[in-house]
Ligand binder design. Structure first.
Ligand code: ADP
Ligand code: MG
Length: 261
């Protein structure tokens, strides 16, 4: 076999095995191998490592898409000085993701604007970066999707969907009252994940007023029981960061107007 036909056969093998990154890098690597007098082992290692790298990048892109995280916020972006009620050490411990190993749940409780979504999204990205399956949803969205699934006869599929992520973030529980059916869906999601995988819930409601979320105190108590059994609760009671930004802007415009005079 001539050198050219061996090369063509190799391209064919790479295509048949769908090793497209390796196929693409082959000509360049062969040139480099020749110029640098690489051993066959080195050449093969470089060739396969391009493919492994491309597969990793594809897997990460899929995880990031599936996660549906609504913002690029990272824990490193969180200003702990602005929110002293958040324990920096505790958040750093959460960022190690050890809590995922024993399916510990997270409950972030506090009024609007204090960074509940930001922290849950930051932990979500940390988990995605570490290669975990994460999914973000709001409580209202979860309720709406479950309602639609029930009407279309896809309830079991929907429940499997919400059971599968290693970390499920359910944001904004309690902002809107959930109808009884929605509360039942949420209860089932929490129950089937119990002791298996972590759920992170953010809410503006203190634990004592959880009966209001579901309208049914028995369901609320049962759900809280499962959520809290193995959990980390972060109560944020500081000022709203959103309002702080508004105030700073208003202050800046006032100054600009004053200086302009
Ligand atoms: P919540 O979910 O508690 O209503 P968010 O997480 O949506 O609040 O935060 C509101 C806005 O303020 C977001 O733009 C967020 O990035 C910002 N923010 C809140 N807390 C902090 C903080 N401690 N450091 C930096 N930005 C913050
Ligand atoms: Mg929020």
């Amino acid at each position: 076999m001539s050198e050219a036909s061996v090369y063509q056969a190799l391209r064919g093998h790479l295509a048949a095995l769908r090793l497209s990154a390796a196929a693409e890098s082959l000509p360049g690597l062969l040139d480099q191998a020749k110029a640098g007098h690489w051993s066959t082992t080195v050449l093969l290692e470089r060739l396969f490592s391009t493919e492994v790298g491309a597969a990793d990048a594809r897997r990460q892109a899929t995880l990031a898409r599936f996660a549906c995280l609504p913002a690029p916020w990272r824990i490193a972006d969180f200003d702990f000085d602005a929110q002293p009620s958040v324990d920096k050490k505790l958040v750093a411990e959460l960022e190690t993701l050890r809590f995922l190993d024993d399916a510990t749940n997270l409950l972030l409780i506090g009024p609007p604007g204090v960074g509940k979504t930001m922290l849950s999204v930051g932990l979500g990205w940390a988990a995605v970066d570490a290669g975990h399956k994460v999914h973000y949803t709001t409580a209202a969205d979860l309720a709406a999707r479950c309602h639609k699934a029930a009407l279309e006869g896809r309830w079991a599929t929907m429940m499997r969907f919400y059971a599968s992520p290693r970390l499920l973030v359910i944001d904004e529980l309690g902002y809107l009252p959930l109808p009884e059916e929605a509360a039942a869906a949420l209860f089932q999601v929490v129950t089937q994940r119990y002791l298996k995988a972590s759920t992170c819930i953010t809410t503006n409601l203190g634990i004592a007023s959880w009966a209001k979320v579901t309208g049914d105190p028995v369901v609320a108590a049962a759900m809280l029981d499962r959520l809290l059994h193995r959990s980390v609760v972060i109560n944020i009671d500081g000022p709203s960061y959103r309002m702080r930004v508004h105030r700073a802007r208003a202050e800046a415009s006032r100054k600009a107007v004053a200086n302009g005079k």
